[in-house]
Design a protein around this ligand. Structure first.
Ligand SMILES: [Zn+2]
Ligand SMILES: [Zn+2]
Ligand SMILES: [Zn+2]
Length: 102
């Protein structure tokens, strides 16, 4: 665990809000990878995706920690400190098959 992130204590067990990026599913958009918010369970898309909903979610809510989530990849990332860290053993189980558009 990195010393330079003070938000690791905010990580909680969450229930994913959707099987894919919540906003992309609503507007029929595509994503590349998924990111799961470890504060509220929001599922958004990564910065390689056209709509970058995970980053937008952080800007709107200030929730700092996301998990790589397609499937659960065992790592997390803090937007505020810009550090990645190991989440092995603390990942979130997938809801089911994730819809794939790409
Ligand atoms: Zn942090
Ligand atoms: Zn999205
Ligand atoms: Zn959130």
């Amino acid at each position: 665990m990195p010393d330079d992130c003070t938000h690791l204590g905010t990580i909680v067990k969450v229930t994913p809000s959707a099987k894919g990026c919540e906003e992309c599913l609503k507007i029929g958009a595509q994503w590349v990878h998924l990111r799961l918010c470890r504060t509220c369970g929001h599922v958004g898309c990564c910065d390689s995706s056209p709509n970058r909903h995970a980053t937008k979610h952080f800007r709107h809510t200030g929730h700092p920690i996301i998990e790589g989530y397609d499937p659960p990849e065992g790592w997390g990332y803090c937007y505020i400190d810009d550090v990645a860290f190991d989440l092995t053993g603390n990942t979130t189980p997938q809801l089911g098959p994730i819809p794939r558009y790409i």
